[in-house]
Design a protein around this ligand. Structure first.
Ligand SMILES: *[C@@H]1O[C@H](CO)[C@@H](O)[C@H](O)[C@H]1NC(C)=O
Ligand SMILES: *[C@@H]1O[C@H](CO)[C@@H](O)[C@H](O)[C@H]1NC(C)=O
Length: 422
């Protein structure tokens, strides 16, 4: 029986010879599940595991109205109501630690029902919540807004905590709001959630919940993508329609991500990514962060950690290991795979890949976080390049009637007579 460190040495040695672990003694040596989990933990201690999507902030709003005095993140939430009773709760600090989570995108999600109403305000409140949460638990969490800060937090053994916004409705059709979100630390925006915006179609159009309104991105939608490029905010295509995926891939000067989606070929949910899009994603240097919701893994109510590993393996066979990450969607789903029930279980997923036999330690480090760091760093380089070449903030604005907008909810500022002079 080899101890974990010895296996790691063997793995690293086998890589230095440029060969996969398979064909070496590892195949036979890593016999027990425990040894594989130990090895996975060693790997995740070296390279940060950066998960693309966690919806805890929305649950804090739902359960305790964003009152952090009523929220003990350091405690065991499995024993505290209403968390203990909820199928949607999978996250607390102790379990994040056990799960070796080195970086987390916390999601400032607000529901589509707030589109063209108070979506912007709700988004700001969720960003405020995430920042207060990080401050309250500063001994374990560290706010991060760039690749260097992620690595520094990991070096300090803190959970690098990043902010993502889920749904273009959060910018209220305004590039000014988009820019301010970047200033507040938002580092990705999912172009749509389950609703179309006035400038982008959502994946809901694929199953006729909503008719395609634009066939993808409108010209304003493309301006949103370019402004995100200029700012250095990652474009997230989870929840987008296939047309929006295509248009965004074409419009973006920087690689894009899917923060929580799996392979359409294995489960034909419109939330997953079709093969041709995966190929284009690879060509552009982007990343799909494989998600764990049973209905996206197995298209049904039950799934296992092995089924998630199958999505990862499938995508590697199709486009290579450089374009895969993980985006569990914990706290945003109510059915998790067996063996991957909460945030403490990530090492089990990496152990499962080791079990398959043709995964090296380097491969696993890429999937864990190095691929995300590479994409994020490309996005930062595109930002720097655009700034150096003098690209100015976009002053494009949306014209025409807003989809779903209720006129009585808006002050049409431009139509008001001047009344400042008394
Ligand atoms: C997925 O496959 C099922 C069964 O073949 C089919 O009924 C369904 O329409 C497909 N869904 C999509 C989004 O392609
Ligand atoms: C790894 O092994 C699996 C299972 O044998 C196989 O399906 C897959 O194609 C292999 N992939 C690579 C990249 O070697």
């Amino acid at each position: 029986m080899f101890p974990g460190w010895m296996l790691l040495v063997l793995l690293l040695a086998s890589q230095q010879l440029g060969r996969p672990a398979r064909g070496h003694s590892l195949d036979g040596a890593v016999t027990s599940a425990r040894e594989r989990v130990d090895l996975a933990r060693h790997i995740l201690a070296e390279a940060p595991l950066i998960d693309g999507h966690n919806d805890l902030p929305w649950n804090i709003r739902k359960f305790v109205h964003n009152q952090l005095k009523d929220f003990n993140f350091a405690g065991d939430l499995r024993t505290v109501a209403p968390w203990s009773r909820s199928a949607w709760s999978h996250t607390d600090l102790r379990r994040l630690r056990r799960g070796m989570v080195g970086g987390q995108f916390w999601v400032a999600y607000v529901p589509c029902e707030s589109q063209n109403l108070n979506a912007v305000q709700l988004t700001l409140e969720q960003i405020d919540l995430i920042k207060r949460l990080i401050d309250k638990y500063a001994h374990q969490m560290q706010f991060a807004s760039d690749t260097k800060e992620i690595m520094r937090a990991h070096g300090d053994r803190k959970i690098a905590s990043l902010i993502g916004v889920e749904g273009g409705h959060s910018i209220g059709n305004s590039l000014a709001v988009l820019r301010i979100l970047y200033d507040l630390g938002v580092r990705y925006m999912t172009l749509t959630h389950t609703c179309n915006t006035p400038w982008a179609d959502s994946s809901s159009v694929e199953h006729n919940m909503k008719y395609p309104e634009h066939g993808g991105l409108t010209s304003f939608g493309k301006a949103v993508v370019r402004e995100m490029n200029r700012l250095g905010m990652m474009v997230d295509l989870s929840h987008a329609s296939v047309g929006t995926m295509r248009d965004a891939l074409a419009a973006s000067k920087a690689p894009v991500i899917f923060s929580h989606s799996s392979a359409f070929a294995l489960c034909n949910s419109s939330r997953n990514v079709p093969d041709d899009i995966l190929r284009d994603l690879a060509v552009s240097g982007g990343l799909v962060m494989v998600t764990f919701y049973n209905y996206f893994v197995k298209c049904g109510p039950t799934a296992t950690v092995a089924d998630v590993a199958e999505h990862i393996s499938y995508i590697r066979d199709l486009i290579g290991v450089d374009h895969i990450g993980v985006g569990g969607d914990f706290d945003g789903i109510n059915r998790t795979p067996r063996g991957l029930e909460d945030v403490s279980m990530y090492p089990e997923l990496f152990a499962e890949l080791l079990r398959i036999g043709n995964w090296t330690a380097d491969d696993l480090k890429k999937v864990a976080g190095l691929n995300l760091l590479r994409v994020f760093s490309s996005v930062e380089k595109v930002r720097d390049h655009m700034r150096l070449s003098g690209v100015l903030p976009s002053e494009v604005f949306i014209t025409g009637p807003l989809s779903g907008a209720r006129p009585e909810c808006f002050l049409d500022v431009d139509s008001i007579e001047r009344e400042m002079e008394l």
